[in-house]
Design a protein around this ligand. Structure first.
Ligand code: TRP
Length: 334
């Protein structure tokens, strides 16, 4: 009946969505609704692997939902939900913990990074994060999982789990493919082009959030780190000019212009003209999204109806998979 393939992706509400979240995954999502049966969620279970202020977590989860919709995710055409509202995630997450190996989990780059950054809180959840993420994915039997480069390793682990689990119990899970959009996939910090523009790290000046005021955006771009080379010209050279390359990636992702076109546009003009031009392009791109997000966020009844219906739809699919898993592994049916 339904010939569409399925895709799923989520973002942790552990910080405000950034320009990096938008130009990386988020912007590509609405187009996918036409082609795929899509599931999008706010990964609040994942967010608490790092301490969160409860009021902020709640606020950001709702803001994220409003921003998803404002970015073009029509809740009538896809399934948007809050991860903790669909209890099957935690349940399958436990089961998959028993099919993820200690050695495998120990090798995850994100675990190593986050342990280093949160040395006073290296909790079990941080370690088993990828099993929960595998559960998020496998519950919905998706064909593809759009993620940033940094999450590819986790999708690979989910694939290992599928192989291991299906090897024992037969074809229970569909093998998911990671999907990494090429252009603008990895936006770096404006102050430290060696690090990803993160929602929760590296201070405030290096990131532009989706809801930043135009003045803030312009200020951040004007102060963006360029490079100390002497030529001071806009040229794409990520090796030697990472700051300029990052700004060019942003400008390219926003305007659709190629790097050569951008080089020509700013030929002989230097960074003083280039940086505000990038800022302005970003401000104009975000303006309608910000207006729409504010309008949606003010309508609590609507937001509530969206996440309730989303959780209901998601649960139906998730329960089907979970029941199959429970049966296969030998749990007594309720
Ligand atoms: N781990 C992802 C991140 O930090 C968020 C996430 C959780 C996710 N579960 C997922 C992404 C399942 C894709 C599929 O960005």
């Amino acid at each position: 009946m339904d010939e569409k393939k399925t895709m799923l992706s989520g973002i942790k509400p552990s910080g405000d969505l950034t320009l990096g979240s938008y130009l990386g995954p988020l912007r590509h999502w609405p187009k996918m609704i036409e082609e795929y049966d899509c599931y999008y969620f706010m990964a609040d279970l994942h967010a608490i692997t790092v301490r969160q202020n409860p009021a902020d977590l709640r606020r950001r989860t709702l803001e994220q939902l409003a921003q998803y919709i404002a970015c073009g995710l029509d809740p009538e055409k896809c399934t948007i939900f809050v991860q903790s509202h669909v209890h099957q995630h935690a349940e399958l997450g436990w089961v998959l913990n028993c099919y993820a190996m200690f050695g495998e989990l120990s090798r995850m780059t994100q675990f190593k990074d986050k342990s280093a950054k949160n040395a006073d809180n290296i909790n079990g959840g941080l370690f088993t994060y990828p099993s929960l993420m595998a559960a998020d994915i496998l519950l919905y039997q998706p064909d593809i999982v759009p993620v940033g480069e940094d999450q590819k390793q986790h999708v690979e682990l989910a694939r290992n789990i599928v192989q291991r689990f299906n090897g024992v119990y037969g074809d229970v899970f569909k093998m998911p493919e990671p999907y990494i959009p090429k252009v603008g996939a990895r936006i770096m910090s404006l102050t430290n082009p060696g690090a990803k523009m993160s929602k929760s790290e590296n201070g405030d000046t290096g990131r532009v959030t989706l809801m930043d005021d135009p003045e803030d955006i312009m200020r951040k771009f004007k102060r963006a780190v360029t490079d100390s080379d002497t030529e001071r010209c806009v040229r794409y050279d990520p090796e030697n000019k990472p700051g300029v390359a990052n700004l060019m990636s942003i400008y390219s992702a926003v305007t659709g212009r190629s790097f050569e076109e951008i080089e020509r546009e700013f030929d002989g003009l230097g960074y003083g003209k280039f940086k505000p031009a990038v800022g302005e392009a970003v401000v104009e791109m975000l303006r309608p999204i910000q207006e729409e997000a504010r309008r949606i966020l003010a309508d609590r009844a609507y937001l509530e109806s969206v996440y309730r219906e989303g959780a209901e739809k998601a649960s139906r699919m998730a329960e089907k998979t979970l029941r199959k898993v429970y049966k296969k592994i030998g749990f007594v049916a309720r």
